[in-house]
Design a protein around this ligand. Structure first.
Ligand SMILES: [Cu+2]
Length: 162
């Protein structure tokens, strides 16, 4: 147990426990590539036989250089895209983007109504309790493999056409 992450996980576990929300415990996994970290990753469970899905997480950049999340892929879906929500003509719309910047020494949230990874052509519906592997690709930090737990669908409906 010499992994430096263990201590951090323990601290996060204590914080999570203090919230006395059992489901929070599963959100404590931290994955790193260099000095980039992915935390609190989750995918809402599919409703019915939905073929699209979304993945949310927090990215932290502990370097002094900005990086960008530029692509993602997963065996759980035919295609994964980096998306964001934009206000256009007074209406919130989802758009595929070339990338999302992770500022130097800062973090960026991927969350419902904001940035997200969009999954198209799910191999099978995302079931609560399952875990999917997702590879994130950063402009500078390169590739990072993240295990994303599937959580109960608890956010606003997320659907749109490809
Ligand atoms: Cu989307």
């Amino acid at each position: 147990m010499k992994d430096p992450r263990v201590k951090k996980l323990t601290v996060q576990f204590v914080l999570a426990s203090a919230l006395t929300v059992a489901s929070v415990v599963a959100f404590t996994m931290t994955v790193r590539a260099g000095n980039l970290e992915v935390e609190q990753a989750y995918a809402p469970a599919s409703i019915g036989a939905g073929k699209t899905g979304a993945i949310y997480f927090m990215l932290t950049n502990r370097t002094e250089t900005a990086d960008r999340l530029i692509a993602a892929s997963t065996p759980a879906a035919r295609k994964a895209e980096v998306h964001t929500h934009l206000m256009e003509d007074g209406v919130m719309k989802m758009r595929k983007v070339d990338g999302v910047e992770v500022p130097a020494g800062g973090h960026v949230m991927f969350k419902p109504g904001g940035h997200h990874l969009m999954l198209f052509g799910l191999a099978e519906p995302l079931k609560e309790g399952a875990e999917i592997e997702v590879e994130l690709q950063f402009e500078k930090a390169g590739k990072m493999m993240v295990k994303v737990p599937v959580k109960p669908f608890g956010h606003k409906t997320h659907s749109h056409t490809e």
